[in-house]
Design a protein around this ligand. Sequence first.
Ligand SMILES: Cc1ncc(COP(=O)(O)O)c(C=O)c1O
Length: 380
Amino acid sequence: MDKLPILDLKRSYAGIKDEIRSALDLVFESQGFILGPEVRAFEEDAENYLDAKPKCSAIGCASGSDALLLALMALDIGPGDEVVTTPYSFFATVSCITRIGATPVFADIDPATYNIDIDKTKEKFTPKTKVFLPVHLFGQMTPIEEIAQFCRERSVVVVEDAAQAFGSWRKVGSSITRAGVAGDVGCYSFFPTKNLGACGDAGLVTTSDSKLASRLRRLRVHGEGDTYFHEEVGLNSRLDAIQAAILRVKLRHLEEWNAERRVLADNYRLLFESRNLTGHIAPPAELEGNFHIYHQYVVRAERRDELRAYLEGQGISARVYYPLPLHLQKCFAFLGLKKGDFPESEKLSQDSLALPIFSGLKGEEQERLVKTIADFYKKF
Ligand SMILES: Cc1ncc(COP(=O)(O)O)c(C=O)c1O
């Protein structure tokens, strides 16, 4: 029996191979590899695609982790400042905060969407709160429109971790806003496994604040003003032309790939229903008005670890994002948080299971997977 991987990038690559090769040829012909016109062209493509109102500036950088770090550096966040965020995310969401000496303050998640629970968030704000940092986890936007206003009134900056959500959007009334441009600063990752993935590390920061944009551009090149004259200490976090060229090609296909993921997600839900699995498997909830792009398709599964082992035995890969919430990570022990502090996040870390979802995944592969899940719950 063929293996079913959690992700197979070869399938989407097959459809764009020639476009990628031609784009790379141009970069090699130019022999310009760091920043330069190709990077600027990608930034412009991203600015147009994100369609922020007012228009945003996009600043390419070396990774999503750096995008977050640069954003907090540009906002002068540091010791004594608090950043309100979720304990259920990838590590970089919180390491960027502690790395600059600020303090993460967590609010628990909504068990249906896995994103920070907005109702639990406001009570976490103190006079020290400088940033609210929601994560649009697994490709679905956190509904931040109301709390963004609350933040504005307190001069708290909204920095969105949209690392998993480039292309996701949310409709409120008649207006549609993409992930990353609903707050003040947006941070994206183009790690190869992302919906819009480079062929190495890459990231992007966006903002409609032109002063902040200039500061971000300076910070990504060692804080350099004129060449070899440094206004401040920044990072070496430049986006390279090869990644930019690849991202420009892939961006042209993103809408089609995201639409395909949504069809696959819907198909999983129908298959779970048709096999009466909904007592064992809870599919991810999509909030009204949201255009979830299913960067990951994460269900809640009864006896998750046994199910996962059974699937592996049948040649089917499933993953756990994330097995330990951030407040319980060893490196954050100094925060003095303990088990039981964020029960929804802790529960999710025990039963979440990511199933394969990617462009080119076949209906029959989904059927095989769902049948195997049904076999597990029948047998054991
Ligand atoms: C939610 C979230 N934030 C930040 C990052 C960091 O991005 P990168 O891996 O590009 O540094 C990731 C990447 O996995 C992520 O998923």
